[in-house]
Design a protein around this ligand. Structure first.
Ligand SMILES: [Zn+2]
Length: 380
């Protein structure tokens, strides 16, 4: 059994449902400490975080990841126990096998191999270091995790130059997709105020559903931007809409709408806010609108890290990987604002968060190779 598979199985057997770490980070810390890393455990609120660093010089490469996993869902629907890592044929099944205990195992093992090499050790002593930023709060509210560790690092003037987030980014085969950015995410919580009344006396009421109809159409038809080389166009989507008391003879007093925009680097949240409010004002609506920004868009359009990863994938898998910014937000959103080059590169994401989450174990070993080759290209 490969070292990566062994470590992945060890981590998967711990039921670290978000925000619990339950000792995963201790296992990782012990391995890294043996390989020569300095270890710092950082607990904020209910969340365990780990910062480990080998070397003191710049540039600093950081692997960012999380030990927490999403809940299993109905256990009886799994074909094997979600926290009993099960290998059948070429497939390892278990919660966290793709998202993202396997990536952590792959990078730990890649570093162990790298640091057996004297040339690598002397290169890191003179010019560079490797860090691990591991949280147990990625799948949850993400308040006491990566964002707090970044504050800690900034207070100590530890500046990340290159960050590889081990999220599962691949589509069909490991390495086919590298995420080099993510769209921003901006949400609105909107209440349209009308006047409640008897449905037979509409002249005495104001129906907020009717009042909102024109603005709804305008919001859906709005072209926010056209995207760019790296980002698809910004999209507006309604996630919830509700009005009415349940009675069939009452005009509702309020209409409640929740919506979200996934936005590109062609627009800002201030401009989005202004344009949404202009549309509502054009329809002379009375409303209350609360906004929340869960992440700014970020982009690493090129640089040493992107190149090293692409070349590593080419040498291990003989494929040309695609750069993409699609998908949801990740902890990269907290790291990119420090000025670091950020990419995400990990296993195939087809089964993540699902029943019977799994990873192909041949690909798991390839991922270890890709990580090792990336590090060699950056430091040797
Ligand atoms: Zn993840």
């Amino acid at each position: 059994m490969s070292a990566t598979l062994e470590l992945a199985k060890q981590l998967i057997s711990i039921p670290s449902v978000t925000p619990d770490d339950l000792g995963c980070q201790k296992i990782i810390a012990d391995r890294l400490s043996n390989a020569g890393f300095e270890i710092k455990s950082l607990r904020y609120g209910e969340v365990d975080n780990l910062w480990a660093r080998y070397g003191t010089k710049s540039p600093l490469f950081v692997f960012a990841g999380h030990t927490d996993v999403v809940p299993t869902g109905p256990v009886e629907q799994w074909h094997s126990d979600p926290f009993t890592p099960t290998v059948s044929g070429n497939v390892l099944t278990g919660r966290g096998s793709a998202d993202m205990k396997s990536s952590i195992a792959a990078m730990v093992c890649a570093c162990e191999v790298l640091l057996e090499n004297n040339q690598a050790i002397s290169a890191l002593q003179t010019a560079g270091s490797i860090g691990f930023l591991i949280t147990s709060d990625e799948e949850g509210p993400a308040v006491d995790g990566t964002v707090k560790v970044i504050e800690y690092l900034e207070s100590r003037h530890e500046k990340i130059d290159w960050c590889l987030v081990g999220e599962p980014t691949s589509t069909n085969t490991v390495g086919d997709v590298i995420k080099n950015g993510r769209r921003g995410s901006f949400s609105g919580d909107l209440t349209i105020h009308g006047v409640q009344g008897h449905i037979a006396y509409p002249q005495l009421a104001q129906n907020p559903v009717h009042l909102f109809a024109g603005a709804l159409q305008d919001l859906c038809n709005e072209v926010w931007d056209n995207g760019n080389e790296f980002f698809p166009p910004t999209s507006f989507q309604i996630s919830n809409i509700h009005a009415g008391t349940g009675a069939s003879n009452v005009i509702p007093g309020d209409l409640h709408v929740q919506f979200n925009l996934r936005f590109s680097t062609e627009i800002t949240e201030q401009i989005i806010k202004q344009r949404v409010e202009n549309i509502l004002d054009n329809h002379q609506l009375k409303y209350t609108l609360n906004w929340s920004l869960s992440g700014q868009p970020f982009l690493t359009s090129g640089g040493e890290l992107v190149e090293a990863a692409k070349q590593a994938i080419k040498s291990v898998c003989n494929i040309d990987s695609e750069l993409s910014t699609a998908g949801g937000t990740s902890d990269g959103r907290f790291i990119a604002p420090t000025g670091a080059q950020v990419i995400e590169l990990g296993p195939v994401n087809e089964s993540i968060h699902k029943i019977d989450e799994n990873i192909n174990i041949t690909e798991l070993d390839k991922l270890t190779e890709i990580y090792l080759e990336t590090l060699k290209r950056l430091f040797l």
